[in-house]
Design a binder for this molecule. Structure first.
Ligand SMILES: Cc1cc2nc3c(=O)[nH]c(=O)nc-3n(C[C@H](O)[C@H](O)[C@H](O)COP(=O)(O)OP(=O)(O)OC[C@H]3O[C@@H](n4cnc5c(N)ncnc54)[C@H](O)[C@@H]3O)c2cc1C
Length: 433
């Protein structure tokens, strides 16, 4: 309808509205609250199809408005699971697929956008199109990581695999960044489905006085961990997960021992616990401060430059300024080969690149300081010629977007002209308006 008006009305899909820069807004336009769609699905919002012969060929057919946690719970009833998760499972399927959806399993299965078989997309021209790698592939690849510019994702078919029921959950503490990042890169090199390796690899920083992550450790260990942090200022936490179930539980301790032998963490600072699979995937919910407004900056950093980020950003900006007592800094590497270059999302050129995600409390009295600090981090990368790509980007000018997409820009713009020529969709991303 809007497309046929001489002055079209802009439209933004609103998933769970977690975006912090107004990406799900449409000034003077219409915001579609996707969660209402669930009411029209008559219980078919999430349909699980289990392939008995080969569970790896199972899938979930889900509405774009569905929340990942509900997809996980529905799949688990069939002994299945999505393959790749983000840190929060309370985001919508559509909301993460227009970005990428990265997390602790990305090294093995790629981002969430690499685990989609088919999409139903309503384009800016008002057409409802079914698309996949083989059918209407231009729209399929454009939509994945396409920041909502080409269409609203009404449904998605998501790959599933067999689920374990339990997880060995490990935290290894490092005082030396180089040892930490080398071990991370070593562990993500075992990234084939059947490799006997960890299933989940991610990392965090613990900075002087940032308390959130201490929830992960046994209470009696906290004084010892605090003194390690006080001694070094920043501690790097390697977090690992190894999935298992009743059939493999006899060997799991030995296996974990074997997989961690040779890693260069500070001796005796290794913590292992057992958790259920679902609690593991939801573990980060326990370290958030949901009552506080948060600001975040997410960067994809070329692997060859990650030590510069440690010196220039972690030590010289975040640690020295110590703005907030609440926050999480997530750092982990991933492999370029697990990403499909035809998708819209912009990533660095190198084979190994890192996600650096700085999430900080931004209560009203801190808001300006946090914002200034994030700009300092971006300036540092520019001055140091570190060719980062912003994830969940918040570029403001047309020129910044052209630089962001680099060699993908022309394609991106051509696809916009084809699928949303009147620039109706997702104006809150501030790309074409
Ligand atoms: C606590 C927390 C932790 C996070 N951790 C991670 C993480 O580990 N990894 C990661 O990759 N991301 C992470 N994110 C970011 C998150 O993936 C994005 O912010 C995502 O967009 C949130 O989904 P949403 O449903 O809230 O989207 P919204 O904020 O509602 O929308 C985001 C954008 O997507 C568009 N959109 C929404 N639904 C659709 C649809 N169906 N079709 C087309 N466009 C649509 C909107 O118009 C908007 O432009 C995290 C976010 C939070 C709040």
């Amino acid at each position: 309808m809007s497309n046929s008006l001489s002055t079209p009305i802009t439209i933004a899909a609103r998933g769970q509205a977690h975006s912090v820069e107004g990406q799900a807004q449409a000034r003077d336009g219409i915001v579609v609250n996707m969660t209402y769609l669930n009411g029209y699905r008559h219980g078919k919002g999430i349909v699980i199809v289990r392939n008995e012969k080969d569970p790896w060929k199972s899938y979930a057919d889900v509405g774009g408005e569905q929340v990942w946690n509900d997809v996980l719970n529905a799949a688990m009833e069939y002994g299945l699971t999505p393959l790749s998760f983000t840190d929060s499972l309370f985001t919508s399927v559509g909301g993460t697929l227009v970005n990428a959806g990265v997390g602790a399993q990305v090294f093995k299965f790629g981002p969430q956008i690499a685990n989609v078989h088919e999409l139903h997309v309503i384009t800016g021209k008002g057409d409802l199109v079914t698309c996949s790698k083989k059918k209407n592939s231009k729209l399929f690849y454009a939509s994945l990581g396409g920041l909502g510019q080409f269409g609203i994702i009404a449904r998605a078919t998501i790959a599933l695999g067999p689920a374990s029921t339990k997880v060995k959950w490990l935290h290894l503490l490092y005082s030396d960044f180089s040892a930490f990042s080398k071990d991370q890169e070593y562990l993500i090199s075992f990234n084939r489905k059947n490799d006997n390796a960890f299933d989940s690899v991610i990392g965090f920083l613990m900075i002087n006085q940032w308390l959130n992550l201490l929830n992960f450790f046994p209470t009696q260990e906290i004084p010892r961990i605090n003194s390690l942090i006080a001694q070094h200022g920043i501690i790097y936490v390697l977090e690992l997960g190894k999935y298992y179930d009743n059939t493999t539980q006899d060997q799991i301790d030995q296996e974990v021992e074997h997989l961690t032998s040779g890693l260069k963490f500070v001796p005796t600072f290794k913590y292992v616990q057992d958790v259920s699979y679902q609690n593991f995937q939801n573990r980060l919910e326990t370290v958030r401060s949901p009552a506080e407004p948060q600001s975040w900056l997410n960067l994809f950093v070329p692997g060859s430059k990650i030590s510069y980020i440690n010196e220039g950003v972690f030590k010289n900006i975040l640690f020295k300024q110590n703005l907030t007592a609440h926050g999480v800094i997530v750092v982990y590497p991933m492999n370029h080969t697990k990403w499909n270059n035809k998708m819209s999302v912009a990533i660095p050129d190198e084979e190994i690149f890192y996600l650096v995600s700085v999430v900080q409390s931004a209560s009203p009295n801190l808001l300006k300081a946090v914002d200034d600090q994030e700009n300092q981090i971006l300036d540092f990368c520019k001055i140091s010629n570190i060719k980062i790509k912003q994830y969940l980007p918040r570029n403001k000018t047309y020129e910044e977007w052209i630089e962001h997409f680099g060699s993908k820009w022309q394609n991106f713009e051509d696809r916009k002209n084809e699928f949303d020529p009147k620039r109706i969709l997702a104006p809150g991303q501030r790309i074409f308006n």
